[in-house]
Design a protein around this ligand. Structure first.
Ligand code: NAD
Ligand code: UDP
Length: 350
């Protein structure tokens, strides 16, 4: 591994994608320092990552810090030289962002600006950022390539769009920055141990966490948002990607930061589209559970079909997703059946 002894700051590293990425970082020989305010996560995820990493677990540190707490970030950067930052921290619930736009602009944008100011002050100018396929809006055609026009249909998406623009401006102003913007498609699944996985607080917004809660009896049925789309079975089509493939995409991006790169953007997806009903069928097969369905109207702001062009990431990051939907559902169910109430049962602070 090229960056074997590098020290990486991971914001939002206790969350779903962050915790899986931290594990892959540790197993790859990196040191990781996680900052997270635990707004949508549990410290138990950090403990479990440490255990899963075995002898590498000692290379993980955790600080309960809000990114907007500049003095706390300053202190951290003053005490630890970081080679690069992976920036996951942010709020991500589309519906909530429509209700509370200022909360989203404050948390996601002020958090990012504070991080960038502290990084610049300490000469740390390498960063990988969690962007999203949401910046393609309702794409006119598929697969989505990185050159597609960008738009946003809700405040959450606008925070991603604005932050991407902020990064492009920063690079234009100072070419020492090396920035990779990763546009995730739909991350699902969990680590194959079933020991870490997605555990959203409140009612899940995304398809698979909801399906998982129906399967374990926490909710009676899945509401399918729209069955009149122009797709294979009328339901929305997305590009689901196994969270471990996604995590590995971050390691590939970190390695790429060593090259002569400026501010680059890459899609992380599989390049394959799957409908809601196809995903439910794959989950039923993997779990042996029946998922009762309630057909409902389209969810406002939803698009019909979104899937990625993966060519650029394959070519330039030398990365390609390995897992298909059967493995995604197998691992999602393994996590769900072992932790039907997520980390909560073990987390006395909640
Ligand atoms: P998550 O909610 O599980 O993780 C985000 C973490 O950030 C949480 O642990 C939360 O407590 C933390 N956080 C939020 N605001 C913070 C702040 N101000 N200071 C410190 N910590 C803070 O979400 P995730 O699914 O792991 O997503 C990670 C990133 O990827 C987010 O930026 C999200 O917008 C982006 N993304 C996610 C998806 C998806 O479907 N999961 C898709 C595209 C992009
Ligand atoms: N979806 C659904 N019921 C739910 C959640 C999602 O039918 O409870 C559908 C949604 O309309 C979309 C697909 O599942 O077609 C993926 O939705 P998700 O919110 O996970 O991802 P996004 O729409 O942000 O890509």
């Amino acid at each position: 591994m090229v960056m074997a002894t590098k020290n990486i700051l991971v914001t939002g590293g206790a969350g779903y994608i962050g915790s899986h990425t931290v594990l892959q970082l540790l197993l790859g020989g990196f040191k990781a320092v996680v900052v997270d305010n635990l707004d949508n996560s549990s410290e138990i995820a950090i403990q479990r990552v440490k255990e899963l990493a075995g002898e590498y677990g000692n290379n993980l540190r955790f600080h309960k810090v809000d990114l907007r707490d500049k003095p706390a970030l300053e202190q951290l950067f003053a005490s630890t030289p970081f080679d690069a930052v992976i920036h996951f921290a942010g709020l991500k619930a589309v519906g909530e962002s429509v209700q509370k736009p200022l909360l989203y602009y404050n948390n996601n944008i002020i958090g990012t600006i504070t991080l960038l100011e502290v990084m610049a002050a300490h000469g740390c100018k390498k960063l990988v950022f969690s962007s999203s396929a949401t910046v393609y809006g309702w794409p006119k055609e598929v697969p989505c390539t990185e050159e597609f026009p960008l738009s946003a249909t809700n405040p959450y998406g606008r925070t991603k769009l604005f932050i991407e623009e902020i990064f492009r401006d920063i690079y234009r102003s100072d070419s020492e920055w090396k920035i990779i913007l990763l546009r995730y498609f739909n991350p699902v699944g969990a680590h194959s141990s079933g020991y870490i996985g997605e555990d959203p607080h409140g009612i899940p917004n995304n398809l698979m966490p909801f399906v998982q809660q129906v399967a374990v009896g926490r909710r009676p049925a899945l509401t399918v948002f729209g069955n009149d789309y122009n797709t294979v079975d009328g339901t929305g089509v997305r590009d689901y990607i196994h969270v471990i493939d996604l995590a590995d995409g971050h390691i590939a991006a970190l390695c790429k930061l060593n090259d002569s790169i400026g501010c680059e953007v890459y899609n992380l997806g599989t390049g394959k589209g799957t409908s809601v009903l196809e995903m439910v069928a794959a989950f039923e097969k993997a779990s042996g559970k029946k998922i009762p369905l309630v057909m409902a109207g389209r969810r406002p702001g939803d698009c019909e079909i979104v899937y990625a062009s993966t060519e650029k990431a394959e070519r330039e990051l030398d990365w390609k997703a390995k897992y298909g939907i059967d493995e995604m559902c197998r691992d999602q169910w393994n996590w769900a059946s072992k932790n039907p109430y997520g980390y909560e049962a073990q987390d006395s602070s909640k």
